[in-house]
Design a binder for this molecule. Sequence first.
Ligand code: GLN
Length: 197
Amino acid sequence: MVTRPIGVLALQGAYARHQAVLDRLGQASRRVRTPSDLEGLQGLIIPGGESTTLSRLLDANGLWQPLREFARHHGVMGTCAGLIMMAETVDDSRVTPLGLLPLAVVRNHYGRQVHSFRTRVDLALPEPRPFEAVFIRAPRISRHAPELEVLGRLGEDPILVRTGNHLGLSFHPELTTDPAVHRFWIDHCLAPARACA
Ligand code: GLN
């Protein structure tokens, strides 16, 4: 765990569940709704929800630029709509992504076949281990830079990716009882001795 609190963007979506996981891990956290809420945090989680709404609310709350600045020096973990916000390119002009991960996403890709599903995947956390992943109208990573670390796939598609202290997931790790993804991000990506960004 890390000593400073972790922020959870709380404008919309699944933020309460992420806080519950952090509580379970004994990790202090704080809800982020304004730029000043970012002060003193060790990292930030951008939860799932609706990326078009999130994008609009980031703008309305004056958070878009402060988040970009924060992410230059701190780790960010984005899940589902959070991954969409961390992308460089999104197939929907209503979303202005933050460009924190060198990848392109297609919204609602998995949602076309089934609204929501749960499946066992193997994730490198950092050792390969099974994880029960929940997909809810999830985005697909359609392209990415070669240097992006892919830590998990569904078929051929990357579903868990990392660049330095930033982690992006197309699924919802906060909806299972297994805190392994949160723990991996905190211990291996955020903890000062291990951060490489
Ligand atoms: N479909 C949503 C979007 O495009 C993401 C869904 C989710 O976060 N569960 O923003």
